[in-house]
Design a protein around this ligand. Structure first.
Ligand SMILES: *Cc1c(COP(=O)(O)O)cnc(C)c1O
Length: 352
């Protein structure tokens, strides 16, 4: 893929503190167009700016949008690296297939991401826990209100320097198990990273926040019986020494952090089981004291310990609202590999 690069003539001042998340953006963006007759074309890196779009564009009306979330990390030696970027590329194409958006060949998407990060290298921050968050996204862009297959799409990559997820140290969170709304159903789009899943989650999320919880824990969309995931993270439990995480049944997002946690844990000698876990089994484990640890996992936080679960008007405290041993170990190993402080024996990192 040929990528035409036009550098900005007015570079911005890079923020150095209070980076937060997704608030400021780098100097450039990647844009590529797709049409059914021409295929992918016009790939370019241009100065960051607004997109000009037709008001009838498919994405505005019928929600054809997918995205990815990944980070570039600065190592102590100053070099920049990505973490398992090919996994994001593969997942983006799986999401595209579900929504009938165009697939981009893996090597082209990987090249687009790497070239873009290379251009924006100086934007990768270097303080403890900071990273450059990379957001590729793809949407249907037909200029018609007719409901039909998508003929025209736009692929964009933007990036945002982000602060440490835990500026004040790792803090266990309070989570509400959602009994009414569901996020996704099998056969639907739960396994695709698409904006529509987030839109469907808004009401429950807002409701939980109002009640003082950080996130909701989703149950399956049919029986509302099985644990699925928590907010925009996958979830893991340590019950009686065994680590259990919901199996990928189609309504759960297949997280790269989830996959990496499983691989690290197995290598460390833990038993990890991917299976259906009912909310009844979970509450029973909380009542009889066999639930030892619970945590969410995703690119943003890496791992996020769960200190309290609320279900059916009952509050359950987990591990004394403290971070558990396995959760801490996972955090140390994964962040160690990502920031290049621990040897990457898995071959997960890709230097830019
Ligand atoms: C992105 C995402 C995750 C986490 O995936 P990672 O690849 O680990 O970042 C989990 N659940 C949902 C709904 C997501 O969108």
């Amino acid at each position: 893929m040929e990528i035409k690069i036009t550098k900005t003539t007015t570079p911005k001042v890079k923020p150095t503190e209070n980076l937060g998340f997704g608030k400021t953006f780098t100097d450039h963006m990647f844009v590529a167009e797709y049409t059914r007759d021409k295929g992918w074309h016009d790939a370019k890196i241009i100065p960051f700016g607004n997109l000009s779009m037709h008001p009838a564009a498919t994405v505005f009306h019928y929600g054809a949008e997918i995205f990815e979330g990944m980070k570039a990390y600065r190592r102590a030696d100053g070099k920049v690296q990505l973490f398992r970027p090919l996994e994001n590329v593969k997942r983006m194409n799986n999401s595209a297939e579900r929504l009938r958006l165009p697939i981009m060949p893996e090597e082209d998407m990987l090249e687009a991401i790497k070239t873009f990060v290379e251009v924006e290298k100086d934007w990768v921050p270097s303080n403890e826990g900071e990273s450059l968050y990379i957001r590729p996204f793809l949407f249907g862009n037909d200029e018609t209100l007719g409901v039909h297959s998508i003929n025209r799409s736009t692929f964009v990559i933007i990036a945002s320097p982000s602060g440490s997820y835990y500026p004040e140290g790792i803090n266990p969170v309070k989570i509400m198990i959602e009994k009414d709304d569901v996020r996704a159903v099998r056969g639907g789009t739960g396994f695709a990273k698409c904006g529509g899943n987030y839109a469907a989650a808004n009401r429950a999320g807002e409701n939980a926040e109002k009640k003082g919880f950080t996130q909701v824990l989703w149950l399956d969309g049919v029986e509302r019986k099985y644990i699925e995931e928590v907010g925009a993270m996958n979830v893991m439990f340590k019950i009686n020494g065994e680590i259990i995480t919901p199996a990928l049944t189609g309504s759960i997002l297949p997280g790269i952090t989830r996959k990496s946690c499983i691989e690290v844990l197995r290598k460390e000698g833990y038993t990890v089981t991917e299976r259906l876990l009912s909310v009844d089994e979970l509450t029973e484990a909380m009542e009889n004291g066999t639930l030892e640890e619970a945590w969410g996992c995703g690119t943003a936080a890496v791992v996020s310990p769960i200190g309290e679960l609320f279900y059916d008007d009952k509050k359950y405290t987990i591990n004394n609202m403290e971070i558990g041993e396995v959760t801490q170990k996972l955090y140390n190993i994964l962040t160690g590999i990502q920031w290049g402080k621990v040897e990457d024996t898995f071959g997960w990192t890709v230097e830019i």
